[in-house]
Design a binder for this molecule. Sequence first.
Ligand SMILES: Cc1cc2nc3c(=O)[nH]c(=O)nc-3n(C[C@H](O)[C@H](O)[C@H](O)COP(=O)(O)O)c2cc1C
Length: 238
Amino acid sequence: MSAPEWHKAIQAALKSNPKSTTFQLATWDAALSRPRVRSHVFRAFVTPTDAPHLPIVLSTVDIRTPKVAQISANNKVELTWWIEGTKEQFRIGGTARIVPHPGHASGLHEKFLDAVKQAPAGSALAALAKEKIDWEAKRVETFTSMSPGMKASWCRPTPGSPLSSHPNAPPESWPSAIKDLEDGDEENRKHWEVALSNFALLLVEPEDVDYVELGASPDRRTMYKCVDGKWESTPVVP
Ligand SMILES: Cc1cc2nc3c(=O)[nH]c(=O)nc-3n(C[C@H](O)[C@H](O)[C@H](O)COP(=O)(O)O)c2cc1C
């Protein structure tokens, strides 16, 4: 099976608009009884070689942020991605997974390993497991590809915590950049390790996609649904 049409459309839109990598991700916050939404940077698709019809959306998170606890409690999420240059919106619903540091005390890594073990045959996770994907290598490779400034952002005190709760770590004391290990000193290495331990992958396995083309006249909207590993599409009234 080849890549689904919605995936080809995203790839084409990104080719002509490589900077349009921001999408909005909604999660369910049980404590507030409402969704929470925030911006995310799309990093890549992780696609099984033998199942090109099952691309996974890859983004990144700080393991300490509230969205991680929200996803851990309820991993059904939705993201919406507007690409201004092509006037297309992609609304992707699916299941989110967090891939943290293997030694993280939260138990989230074990949870991810369980999800991989229990992934139904024919799913993207199962296909990637069959291909023996090394998720830890993917996490380290993704972290390494970040800019020095971005790397340093995972080294700050817990995101969202009051500044006043960190009297010994004021903002001016935070590292502003983490260099590659071979270019840095011992302090840089410690910062790298702290940042990498807080850094996690966010995977979204798409289950349905609502694709809107506002550039067409009249505009078009197509609903895609993955049923037993096959994408079905229904053109609908926009
Ligand atoms: C343009 C933009 C891109 C962002 N990309 C990410 C991202 O890829 N991952 C992430 O965790 N937070 C990202 N953020 C920050 C989040 O939107 C959010 O403010 C922060 O992660 C706290 O979210 P939470 O409290 O809901 O967990 C981005 C913010 C902006 C403005």
